[in-house]
Write a protein that binds this ligand. Structure first.
Ligand SMILES: [Zn+2]
Length: 259
C-alpha cells in the first residue's frame, strides 16, 4: 500500500514529502535476519526500496517515523516487549521479567509548529564567526561519526551509547559536541562539516575564544528540540511491579521485528 507521508518537520527536512510503500518484502526480513550493519543503516537500506526520495538524505527522526509506519502495517500496530528490570535494589540489579504491549498507533507524531523558522546560531570554525542554520544531519553523517570515534579514539558505538561507564564521560561529551556541530548548515541545508577528515578540527573549534558557552548552549537546545519532532512517545516510563522502581525505556528502531 502506497501512502503519502507529510514528515513532521518539513522545514528541517532535506526531502520534504515522501511517498512510502508500507509493506516490507520477504527479502527485507532476510536482510534483518542476516544483520551485518547497525540498525539505522539496515533500516535506511530497507527504506531506500520503499520511499520515492533519496533515503540517504533522511535524518534519524524521519527514519524512525517512516519505519514506525512500515511496522504498523507489517505488525498490525502492536508490539510485544519483554525486558529485564534494570533498577538497583540494595547492591544488585532487580532483574525481574517485565512484559508489556506497546501500540504503534499510540506513537503520535509531534509536528513542527506553524510558521516554524529554522533556528540559527553563530559559530567560528577558524574563519571568524558565521551564522549557521541548525538542521539534523543525514543518517550517513551519524554513521561516519561512530566510525570516526572507532578509528580515532578506539571506542565502540556501545561505549558511547552506554550511560553506565564513568570512564566514557569525556568521550560522550566530545560525541555530543561533534554531533551538535554536524547540525550546522548553510541556508540551503548544505552541512559545513562534510568530511570525516574535518571532524578533529571541528572539535578543536571549541577552543577558540570567539565561541561562547551561550552559543553551544543554544545549539544543544535546538538539537534537542529538533529531535523531538516525529514519533513523540518513543520513550516509555515503566514501573516494575516487583521492586516498585521506575525507569525510562527508549523503544529501539527494530523493536517488535522478530526473525
Ligand atoms: Zn524491578
Amino acid at each position: 500500500m502506497k501512502v503519502n507521508v507529510q514528515l513532521a518537520a518539513p522545514s528541517l527536512s532535506r526531502v520534504g514529502k515522501v511517498s512510502l510503500e508500507t509493506e516490507m518484502t520477504a527479502a527485507h526480513y532476510m536482510l534483518l535476519a542476516g544483520k551485518t550493519s547497525s540498525n539505522e543503516v539496515l533500516v535506511e537500506n530497507i527504506l531506500s526500496d520503499l520511499v520515492d526520495c533519496d533515503a540517504s538524505q533522511l535524518n534519524l527522526t524521519e527514519i524512525y517515523h517512516l519505519f514506525t509506519l512500515v511496522k504498523c502495517v507489517s505488525l498490525g500496530g502492536k508490539l510485544g516487549i519483554r525486558l529485564s528490570c534494570p533498577c538497583k535494589v540494595k547492591d544488585s540489579v532487580c532483574g525481574s521479567d517485565i512484559q508489556f504491549e506497546y501500540r504503534l498507533e499510540e506513537g503520535d507524531v509531534l509536528r513542527e509548529p506553524k510558521g516554524y523558522k529554522v533556528p540559527t546560531v553563530q559559530w567560528d570554525f577558524g574563519n571568524g564567526l558565521q551564522t549557521w542554520s541548525v538542521i539534523p544531519p543525514a543518517l550517513e553523517a551519524e554513521s561516519f561519526l561512530f566510525d570516526w570515534f572507532e578509528t580515532e579514539k578506539e571506542v565502540t558505538r556501545e561505549n558511547i551509547i552506554s550511560k553506565n561507564d564513568p570512564d566514557m564521560l569525556g568521550i560522550r561529551l566530545e560525541y555530543s559536541q561533534l554531533r551538535s556541530l554536524l547540525h550546522l548548515c548553510t541556508e540551503d541545508k548544505e552541512p559545513f562539516i562534510k568530511n570525516i577528515s574535518d571532524y578533529q578540527s571541528a572539535l578543536d573549534s571549541f577552543k577558540l575564544k570567539t565561541n561562547t558557552f551561550s552559543s553551544i548552549n543554544s545549539l544543544l537546545k535546538y538539537v534537542n528540540e529538533e529531535a523531538s519532532f516525529g514519533v513523540n512517545n518513543k520513550t516509555i516510563n515503566i514501573v516494575c511491579k516487583e521492586c516498585g522502581g521506575n525507569f525510562n525505556y527508549h523503544l529501539p528502531l527494530l523493536s517488535g521485528i522478530s526473525y
